[in-house]
Structures are given as structure tokens and as C-alpha cells.
Design a protein. Structure first.
Length: 276
């Protein structure tokens, strides 16, 4: 990465609401959202991350409340991008705007067959040490997408299966960190996937997240260098991250948790250098 700053895509929450239920976190929050508070929380996250990375902005669109969660725009590797095709029909109108943004900003874009569910960097995460991608399936992304990802990016993919509907994308419970560390919540995955994770990440690099921290979306974190931005972490988890060499930045994101998202969901890393 050298001295080059990361570039991260975000979308202002101008039209953010909880108008429908497409994950368990959304239930019962249609009347409780405070938009002004959400805007203030988003702005703080943008400004805090902006001290360490460059922020790119995509314009929000009316009647697309979840467009704020740019992690699901697609997946990026080098100058290539793969556009998302959302499983929930409520989010499909977002696709045209994300595709246009990738094309307008110089990415070579692959659009998957519309029969294949794929929800971007929510279910496709670059390992920060090994030459592979962690790719999730079980709720929103289908394994057929994994084959397309491996071929288009010319990278090995390691497929891991989610089993708890509260953790519907892997980025809600699984966060690769700088230098090969991994912060994750093992109960969110099936046995075979936990074995696959353990076979590639040595014990001293695994940062286990318990049920309480997972429920506070601690794994849904943004990692820039040695900085970790998240909604909330227990003292024990903060200590473990600090011991691994990270500085923990808590940013209140309670309004976005009502829609089932947090810091990582609100961002898409655009700088993913190709492995030589």
C-alpha cells in the first residue's frame, strides 16, 4: 500500500429510512428512525475515516433508503469491479446507479447473470495477507457468483457459509484486518467453514468476537492501516485489537443498526491492489 491513501466510497443518508424488512434487525424500526441523528452519525464516520483515507461520494437517490450501504454496490479488485445483483427486490433499483458510478469512474465492470444473487463486498472480502478472497453464501450471495468472481479477478476464492440469519452477509460477522489478522464471530458459520477459516488463519491472528460484541456489529468494521472504525466494542475486544497493534475508533452508528448495518456496510474500499 505504501504511502498511497486508500479510497473509500460512501453515500449520504439523505433518503435513509426503514420502510421494509429484509433482515431481522429491521423489524419494528419503521417508526423509530431519527434521520437527523443518522445524518450526524454518518458525517462523523465520514470525517473520522477521512483523516486516514480519501472519501468518494455517490449521490443518494430518492426512494432508495439502503443505497447508503455502499459495501453492497459491488466488489473491486484493481481496475475491475463486479456489480451486485440484489436478492431482495427492494434493493434492485440501486443497481443501475452503482453500475453507472463504476463505469463513470473508470472501472472495467462485469455484470453477472441476473439469475445469480451477489451482494458485493458484503460477501466478498480480500484477505489482508493471503492471495485469496473470502466469499460468503447462505442468504444473499449464491455460490455461482463465487465461480464468476474467481474467474474475473483471477484469484482463489474461499467459500464460507453463513447459518444465522442475523448475520446475512459475511461482513456483519467477519473482518479481515491488516497483516493477516481476522476479527470474526465463529458461531455465524457452519462447521466446514470454521475449519476452512482456521486452516488459513493461525491462532495468534484470530480475534474471536463474542455474542454481545457481534450483536453490536463489532465485526462490521472499517480497517485502514492500523486504524479500526466500528460502532462499539467491549473493553476485552478493544484490548485484543490493541494488543494486535490496532487503534480502535468507536463511532456511534445506532441509527444504522436499526437497518442491519454499521461502519463497514456504509463503505466500499475502492483501492484493492492487484497481487503481483
Amino acid at each position: 500500500m505504501g504511502n498511497k491513501r486508500d479510497r473509500i466510497l460512501m453515500c449520504p443518508p439523505d433518503h435513509f429510512t426503514v420502510d421494509y424488512v429484509i433482515n431481522p434487525w429491521m423489524a419494528g424500526h419503521d417508526d423509530s428512525l431519527n434521520l437527523e441523528r443518522a445524518k450526524a452519525q454518518w458525517t462523523e464516520l465520514r470525517d473520522r475515516i477521512g483523516e486516514h483515507a480519501d472519501i468518494a461520494i455517490i449521490e443518494p437517490q430518492p426512494n432508495l433508503p439502503d443505497m447508503v450501504f455502499t459495501a453492497n454496490a459491488g466488489a473491486v479488485y484493481g481496475d475491475k469491479a463486479i456489480a451486485s445483483h440484489f436478492m431482495p427486490v427492494e434493493r434492485r433499483p440501486e443497481e443501475q446507479f452503482f453500475k453507472a458510478w463504476f463505469t463513470d469512474n473508470g472501472f472495467d465492470l462485469l455484470a453477472l447473470d441476473e439469475k445469480i444473487g451477489f451482494e458485493g463486498a458484503g460477501d466478498c472480502l480480500r484477505d489482508r495477507r493471503g492471495p485469496w478472497l473470502w466469499t460468503g453464501f447462505g442468504f444473499r450471495t449464491e455460490t455461482e457468483a463465487h465461480e464468476e468472481i474467481a474467474s474475473y479477478f483471477d484469484l482463489e476464492v474461499v467459500s464460507i457459509r453463513l447459518t444465522d440469519e442475523r448475520f446475512y452477509h459475511i461482513d456483519t460477522c467477519f473482518c479481515p484486518l491488516t497483516d493477516g489478522f481476522l476479527m470474526y464471530h465463529p458461531p455465524a458459520f457452519d462447521y466446514e467453514s470454521r475449519i476452512a477459516i482456521e486452516s488459513r488463519v493461525p491462532p495468534h491472528k484470530r480475534i474471536i468476537v463474542d455474542t454481545l460484541d457481534a450483536g453490536n456489529f463489532a465485526c462490521n468494521a472499517v480497517n485502514v492501516g492500523d486504524q479500526v472504525f466500528l460502532h462499539k466494542a467491549s473493553r476485552a475486544l478493544q484490548a485484543r485489537l490493541m494488543l494486535a497493534g490496532f487503534e480502535v475508533n468507536e463511532v456511534e452508528l445506532s441509527e444504522f443498526l436499526k437497518a442491519g448495518g454499521s461502519a463497514k456496510c456504509l463503505t466500499l474500499k475502492l483501492t484493492e491492489p492487484v497481487i503481483a
